[in-house]
Ligand binder design. Structure first.
Ligand SMILES: NC(=O)c1ccc[n+]([C@@H]2O[C@H](COP(=O)([O-])OP(=O)(O)OC[C@H]3O[C@@H](n4cnc5c(N)ncnc54)[C@H](OP(=O)(O)O)[C@@H]3O)[C@@H](O)[C@H]2O)c1
Length: 355
């Protein structure tokens, strides 16, 4: 192709034509079909989209890491089919006509499963920022802004400390303990001087929780006799329960709690792939007789303290008190595999995709 007839300079998916007008081609996963049970690959469609030139107030962001999270399964019924599937990403600002989002900066953007986005930076309809500038993380990897130094990290920090309010010497149990939120909650509980029991779905995860993260005990919810293990590991019963999964195991744990125990209800992944709303095992019995306090939350409740959580978690990492495991899948085209692998329990710590 001659220079005059219009040469193309390829740089990723950013191209220049003969008159040097830059145009951007984004890859995006479109939500084609509402999930029925476990998500299928055919529920998504990978497309190319040409993005418009920037207007005043807009900027162009290129994804470097994308997050796959359980909430994507839980909230999917709220996403319109035909639209980009939901999700957060770490993106670099390539070009900007918005002084609040300068070129070269990194952001966490709520742009969904797509490689490039033109954004105006305005909050979403629910008031949550559509993008926030990642503060200085020192020499820590930028990917942590999707995990321990981002939404899951703040979920662990505020969800445990503000709702369970654990005291030194108390016993804290965590379901979903080897995941992004759970592995972090257990480490904070240890920092606060508590005895920590993690519940997860494989012995490999259990070994890692105890040997690497310093959990005191581990229960494999798939193979252990949970009731017997609770008796063995918590002879003084349980004071705080950080519930990531819901379902039958939660009722069992609640029966084994101390008077005035506290339960932070973070999620219910055991039911997210059910086609019918799961029937709740009875909670009134343990709630009444153990006089428990149970409170659900969404992490955005603490939006006004967002940077406080990040700062504290960063300090704990720098003091060597907090480890930040990640399970990284390479390649944007592997979003579906990363998402469903996480839903099946294939991840240890935060599941992310590197573009
Ligand atoms: N309230 C909030 O604001 C908020 C914010 C973030 C996350 N969350 C919730 O917190 C929970 C954990 O999220 P995360 O991002 O940290 O995910 P994650 O724990 O890193 O990944 C999901 C894990 O769930 C476990 N799992 C899958 N099916 C299960 C089942 N039927 N029963 C028990 N465990 C199952 C798997 O581990 P195993 O191998 O152990 O099965 C899997 O690794 C989710 O419920 C999520 O919705 C809530």
């Amino acid at each position: 192709m001659s220079v005059l007839s219009g040469f193309l300079l390829k740089s990723g998916s950013i191209q220049f034509n003969s008159i040097c007008r830059r145009y951007i081609s984004a890859k995006a996963f479109i939500f084609q079909k509402q999930f029925q049970g476990f998500p299928k690959e055919s529920d998504f469609k990978l497309v190319n989209e040409e993005l418009p030139a920037l207007k005043d107030g807009e900027f162009l962001a290129a994804a470097e890491y994308l997050s796959v999270d359980p909430y994507m399964r839980a909230y999917a019924p709220r996403v319109k089919t035909g639209k980009t599937f939901m999700g957060s990403q770490i993106a670099k600002i390539l070009e900007s006509k918005n002084p609040d989002f300068p070129e070269g900066k990194y952001i966490v953007g709520e742009y969904g499963w797509r490689t490039h986005t033109v954004s105006n930076g305005k909050p979403l309809a629910n008031g949550v920022p559509s993008a926030w500038l990642i503060p200085d993380l020192g020499n820590l990897p930028i990917s942590l802004a999707l995990g321990v130094l981002g939404m899951p990290g703040n979920t662990a920090y505020f969800g445990l400390l503000e709702i369970c309010k654990p005291k030194a010497g108390e016993t804290v149990i965590i379901t979903g303990a080897a995941g992004a939120v759970g592995s972090h909650v257990g480490q904070i509980a240890k920092i606060k001087g508590c005895k920590t029991i993690g519940v997860a779905g494989s012995d490999e995860k259990g070994k890692w929780l105890v040997q690497e993260l310093g959990f005191d005990h581990f229960i494999n919810y798939k193979t252990d006799n949970v009731k017997a293990k609770l008796k063995e590991y918590a002879p003084n019963k349980i004071d705080c329960y950080f519930d990531n999964v819901g379902g039958g195991i939660s009722s069992l744990i609640m029966m084994y709690m101390n008077l005035f125990g506290r339960i932070s209800v973070c999620g219910a992944i055991s039911g997210y792939n059910e086609t019918e709303l799961p029937k709740a095992p009875i909670v009134q019995y343990p709630m009444t007789f153990n006089q428990l306090k149970m409170e659900g939350f969404i992490v955005h409740r603490w939006l006004d303290r967002w940077l406080e959580g990040i700062e504290q978690n960063k300090n704990w990492i720098q003091e060597g008190k907090l480890k930040y495991p990640e399970t990284v899948t390479n390649g944007f085209e592997n979003m579906y595999e990363a998402f469903t692998d996480m839903l099946r329990g294939g991840n240890i710590g935060k599941a992310i995709v590197k573009v």
